[in-house]
Write a protein that binds this ligand. Sequence first.
Ligand code: ADP
Ligand code: MG
Length: 221
Amino acid sequence: LTKIYKTNKTRLRALASVDMDIMPGEFVAIVGTSGSGKSTLLSLLAGLESPSAGRIAIKGRGIHRMSEEQLVNFRLKHTGFVFQAFNLFEILTAQENVAFPLMAQGVGREERMERSKELLTLFDLKKHLHHKPKELSGGQQQRVSIARAIISNPDIIFADEPTGNLDSRTAHQIIGLLKDISIDKGTTVLMVTHDMRRAIYADRIIHIEDGRIVDMEDGGL
Ligand code: ADP
Ligand code: MG
């Protein structure tokens, strides 16, 4: 996979011939310093951006060849995304945020609300169902956003620095939650982080530097 960003007169190669396989159910951490190309790699793998060269296959399907409409559907069905800045809808309650992806899948309102309530209860947020993001702590908001990412039972969760805005203890809880999801549900998890203390919980750690994979090691704490 190669990604070149062109701005005015400059060409910036954010990813240079990256080649990797990820097994179903694997929990993979992508680590590297700021600017090394981690977010670019994740955005390509998740089909949020298109590669300059190369191919991406998920469940045997070449997502680099899909039309925008096919991609949107594929993402809705098979993937969930968790961001550093949570990216929740500010005007929706926790429960409505989590229920949101189910709307695109045509699930009726009653079932949407029931399933999101169940999931938030599991995530210890039963008392916060009707709170808006602003009324929640960072750790609570990130739990809501993970619930939103997994409500539709995706095959893969992409998480870009999901603990970047959290204190150490809360960060630890969030990683534990992602790990539990990968073990209990067999969901594949791809997590980007610049922090080795978080990466160590993954099954495999991929080091990226200057747009290239420079090392791969086993994690598995
Ligand atoms: P990381 O997530 O590891 O911090 P990024 O993948 O965000 O790194 O960025 C890799 C490189 O690509 C950086 O030099 C960054 O400035 C550049 N870059 C990222 N996104 C864009 C963009 N949309 N346009 C131009 N350059 C970009
Ligand atoms: Mg980044």
